[in-house]
Design a protein around this ligand. Sequence first.
Ligand code: TXA
Ligand code: MG
Length: 327
Amino acid sequence: MATILPPTDASVHQAARFLVSGGLVALPTETVYGLAADATNPDAVAKIYEAKNRPATNPLIVHIDGPERVSEFTEPPDDTWECLAEIFWPGPLTLILPRRGAKISDLVTAGLPTVGLRVPDVDITRRVIAEVGKPLAAPSANPANYVSPTSAQHVQDSLGGRIELILDGGPCRRGIESTILDISEKGRARLLRPGPIAPEALEEALQRHVQPVFEKNSERAAQMAPGQLRAHYQPRARVYLWHDAIPQLEGAKKAAAVTFQKPTLATSAHHYWLTESGAAEEAARNLYGLMRQLDADGYEVLYIEKAPRSPLGDSINERLERASAKD
Ligand code: TXA
Ligand code: MG
């Protein structure tokens, strides 16, 4: 099992030293926990792919401690990124920009001419990055295709046997992965993955149309964001989505119904919900933890109600679509 470090100064030093020596450390971010390695050290980065069993064709997001670092590793086509960084960093927005130089390992970018960068909004994690003095490659700290971790214990549960250190920053405040925006071409902004930052907020900041390219089955989307496979974020239980009445759960298999909001009337066994208050923010925070809990409880089938439409509701529903994809 991995050692879970409390969020102290001593832990920041220990995590940083281990990363400098080429080790892997799971770090908290505001979205999900990341499995970090020195992005300039190919041997360290290779360990990430191995621990996650991730195909080497799926590039990793690079985490930096502030926007000053952007020009070290990228060659932005214009100043669009600055306006976005000013508003949304630190925070759950990953910017795809043309790569510059050879400092960041080719393994990180899976050979693409671009790199994804973000500044995580968790203080101790930015302190670790600053102390290492290098950018950190960090995908979500889960085995490939399983549900992302939103607590240190989630990381322990699914990767504890494969890594040594987890820095505990408490539960993740956002609960779903960052919004990914490709601004590598001058004059274009393409949304590769919906997330906590809404497309409307990006359009307002940019005063420009943001083109979504993550639709399911889109050949183009698969080319642009190689990790965005249709089936993704999947619990072990089979997931079915529904929109209206609660499905009948009597049947051979152990099944649970997950409504979006806690019902006001009495609930029955095998009935769960994503939020008590009805707020999409709360549902996003609870989503992955609930899927993991229901897996641990031995449910084989989950019927999950989609979130009401809203920018964040749509991002939750995109995760649910992928969790329920059957190919
Ligand atoms: O919130 C997050 O983004 C979390 C935390 C840990 O920061 N990270 C995360 O990483 O979700 P991961 O590896 O699970 O998802 C990264 C996504 C993949 O779909 C990958 O294809 C895409 O980012 N990506 C990374 N670099 C890219 C690039 N240069 N061009 C296009 N897509 C890229
Ligand atoms: Mg992931």
